[in-house]
Ligand binder design. Structure first.
Ligand code: C2O
Ligand code: CU
Length: 753
């Protein structure tokens, strides 16, 4: 667990404890009035004070944890806590300290004699006449009957025998609590602040778990405070009324247990039913519509979120027109047929997969930079339909292959042709973008490699060029390039080797390359400038990300595998085809791309003035998605389709800040663009420029990234943990004036992901 997870987890847990801790003094205070003797009243008041002090200490600890979060992670990690949740506790606790505590102390010390006298002699606001009539003769009588007086704590207590209204005489203890005591013990000024603290704790708890980004939803905050003020007002009225009754002379009886039970039950029923109805409404509202036009939705959202005219030029363009070259003989042609396939893994395990061309993973597509590529996608029998997204390759928008945004899913028996020029070089991959959380896991993915064009300049060539796809196959477990056993290969010493690592799983994976120093020569297909030789560093690769590493084969075995749970899996390269698996050292430091290689002057950096800046806060919250209650990974408190739309103009310089306040990694993937990482946790990148298309944002991490908006269209920007994306952790980047005829939703052939 990272420091962030510990602190943020403690912070969340403390809200639960604070609710319990504030409930204790609140309940204790409410019961004071039923004390039979002044002695027990004092004792209970003492306990009330004690519990209050505990609650106060707990709150002080919460403030300390908040400060620690601020100290280590910055304002954005505590903003909602400081503005949204904590005031709901701070205010009533302060009121309790200033108003309840003095009153409680007076009860404890027994310094209410004056009040007591006032109660019996001075006119009171309530039924004074009857109070006198009831009280005085009884007191007198009592004094007559039991002329014993005791000095307790410096004031005189009079033993009394009260005559119950029924006419029966009931002897009471010598220090029985009388109306004056009860009046003080039921003072709303004393009880309500304590109960308000419990109410505030409850509301803060709900906000923390359901609306962690509440400061971005001011209406929610207003509702919370509305509920708080209403609750406190009701409590005040209730306790004023109660005090009125308690201050009347005569015996005060605690309501019958059955009555109290019924009262509690009805309060819970009331809260429960209103909660249920609210929840039910939210649940229904969360059901995704049968059809959802992203651009329609965006046009209105964009207009009010971005303060800018939708299409400045007035011209609009449909994504269907943003295609690659229509004409011309392709330099390379591939056909990919999506089909259900029974595959056998090297371990002997047989499993059902969905594959391209019957291969798991799909065939590796190799091409050269500048070539016109044509890929024909056929769907044999994947009933939900398929598409192909070229992950990391910045193709024209219409070739992006996102069902519901740039095309309709290709249904069984149908075909779709993608045409694009491979402009970048490096390691990429492709996968279905229809119901991706299911289809990628089932095997609809493959590697894509663009080699540099053969030009005048000689390019470094590697004798061994191996692509290694890390994937977790549904029901098949973890595989490396489709293998679930050790891969053994003979490589003669001195051979230059390039490993292209692709992480097609949902989580970051840490690899180790042992037995040789190596260089990380490319990240997400982007060459690293002057990569230095490193050794004994583990490579943590984002879900969806790629690292290319190279080394010269030494005169001993080289082993590549996942740091954890390698159990005999991985790749063993050896000069003679034999070798022993070295044991993995899980303590290796991680390779750090923020300071690796040499810097280079860049078109933009931290000091650039950006045309658009977006802040994206990632939270975990309890909420409804598509008709069910779930833990949701949200962007700025929202799940798709409520997530923000980022509208840009062609040519804009755009900066995004990712802030992960949740408890898991979010590999952020922007389609159609390559992002430059400017800083991590406030520290500028000092090594080679770090260009990426899939950036893992770990819990507690803050990244600033920037890109030039140079590829018009409607682009997805989502978490590449496909399970998070399927739960709505997804948003869009939309160029002004771009429209899309495609619809996403249940009634369409496009699944909402
Ligand atoms: Cu590789 Cu939108 O995903
Ligand atoms: Cu995520």
């Amino acid at each position: 667990m990272s420091e962030f997870e510990t602190l943020a987890g403690v912070h969340q847990g403390l809200f639960v404890l604070l609710l319990l801790a504030t409930l204790l003094p609140a309940c204790k205070a409410k019961e004071l009035v039923y004390a039979q003797t002044t002695r027990s009243l004092k004792k209970s008041a003492g306990w009330t004070l004690f519990f209050f002090v505990l609650a106060l200490l707990l709150f002080a600890f919460q403030v300390f944890v908040t400060w620690s979060l601020f100290h280590s992670f910055g304002w954005l990690y505590i903003k909602d806590k400081v503005i949204g949740f904590l005031p709901l506790l701070l205010l009533p606790l302060a009121a309790s300290l200033l108003i309840s505590v003095p009153r409680l102390s007076r009860l404890v010390m027994g310094h209410i004699r004056q009040d007591k006298q006032q109660a019996t002699s001075a006119p009171l606001t309530f039924d004074t006449a009857s109070a006198k009539a009831w009280d005085e003769p009884l007191l007198d009588e009592a004094v007559e009957n039991l002329p014993t007086t005791t000095e307790v704590d410096g004031f005189r207590e009079t033993a009394t025998t009260l005559e119950a209204p029924t006419g029966k005489s009931a002897p009471l203890p010598t220090d029985a609590v009388d109306a004056a005591w009860r009046r003080d013990a039921s003072a709303p000024e004393m009880i309500v602040p304590l109960q308000a603290a419990a109410l505030g704790a409850l509301i803060a708890l709900i906000l923390q778990f359901m609306f962690p980004a509440v400061t971005l939803e001011i209406n929610k905050l207003a509702i919370a405070w509305g509920a708080f003020v209403t609750g406190v007002s009701l409590l005040w009225i209730l306790h004023s009324w109660r005090q009125h009754r308690a201050s009347r002379p005569g015996e005060l009886r605690r309501p019958h247990a059955v009555l109290r039970f019924l009262r509690t039950v009805s309060i819970f029923l009331l809260l429960g039913t209103s909660g249920y109805f609210w929840g039910h409404q939210e649940l229904l509202a969360s059901i995704l519509p049968d059809q959802l036009k992203m651009v329609d939705h965006s046009a209105s959202a964009a207009a009010h979120e971005q303060h800018s005219a939708p299409a400045t030029s007035g011209k609009t363009v449909s994504v269907t027109d943003l295609t690659g070259p229509h004409t011309g003989e392709p330099d390379r042609q591939f056909t990919l047929t999506a089909q259900k396939t029974t595959i056998q893994l090297p371990s002997g395990k047989t499993t059902e997969a969905w594959t391209f061309n019957g291969k798991y993973p799909g065939p590796e597509l190799r091409m050269k930079q500048g070539e016109l590529i044509e890929v024909v996608l056929e769907n044999k029998d994947i009933s939900d339909g398929v598409t192909i997204h070229w992950h990391g390759l910045n193709v024209p928008n219409a070739e992006d292959g996102v069902a519901g945004a740039t095309q309709d899913a290709v249904m069984p028996g149908e075909k779709h042709v993608y045409r694009f020029v491979a402009k970048q070089t490096g390691t990429f991959w492709y996968h279905s973008h229809q119901q991706a959380s299911v289809q990628v896991r089932k095997g609809l993915l493959g590697a894509l490699v663009v080699e540099p064009a053969e030009t005048e300049q000689p390019v470094a060539s590697y004798k061994r060029d191996l692509t290694l796809v890390h994937h977790k196959l549904a029901d098949g477990g973890i595989t490396l390039s489709g293998r679930d056993t050790l891969m053994l290969d003979t490589v003669s010493p001195g051979t230059s080797v390039r490993l292209r690592l692709i992480n097609a799983d949902n989580f970051p994976v840490t690899f180790q390359l042992l037995g040789t120093p190596f260089q990380v020569i490319a990240i997400d297909g982007n060459d690293v400038k002057e990569p230095n030789l490193i050794a004994n560093q583990a490579l943590k690769l984002a879900a969806g990300g790629r690292y290319d590493v190279s080394f010269t084969m030494p005169n001993r075995p080289v082993f590549f595998a996942q740091s954890k749970q390698a159990n005999g899996k991985g790749l063993l390269l050896s000069p003679d085809g034999t070798g022993e698996l070295p044991s993995m050292n899980t303590e290796l430091p991680l390779f750090d791309p923020t300071r690796y290689g040499s810097p280079q002057s860049l078109p933009f950096d931290l000091n650039t003035r950006y045309d658009r800046e977006y802040l994206m806060l990632f939270d975990l919250q309890v909420g409804f998605y598509d008709g069910r209650l779930d833990g949701l990974w949200t962007i700025n408190g929202k799940v798709y389709p409520e997530t923000p739309i980022q509208v840009v103009k062609e040519g804009d310089l755009v900066k995004m800040t990712f802030v992960n306040r949740s408890f898991t990694d979010h590999p952020m993937h922007l389609h159609g663009h390559t992002m430059l990482v400017l800083s991590r946790n406030g520290n500028a990148v000092t090594g080679s420029p770090w260009w990426t298309d899939t950036l893992n944002v770990a819990p507690g991490e803050t990244y600033e990234v920037a890109f030039r908006a140079d590829n018009p269209g409607l682009w997805m920007d989502h978490c590449h943990n496909q399970d998070h994306a399927a739960l709505g952790m997804s948003m869009h980047l939309l160029y002004e004036g771009v429209t899309s005829p495609f619809e996403m939703g249940r009634g369409t052939r496009n699944h909402p992901e």
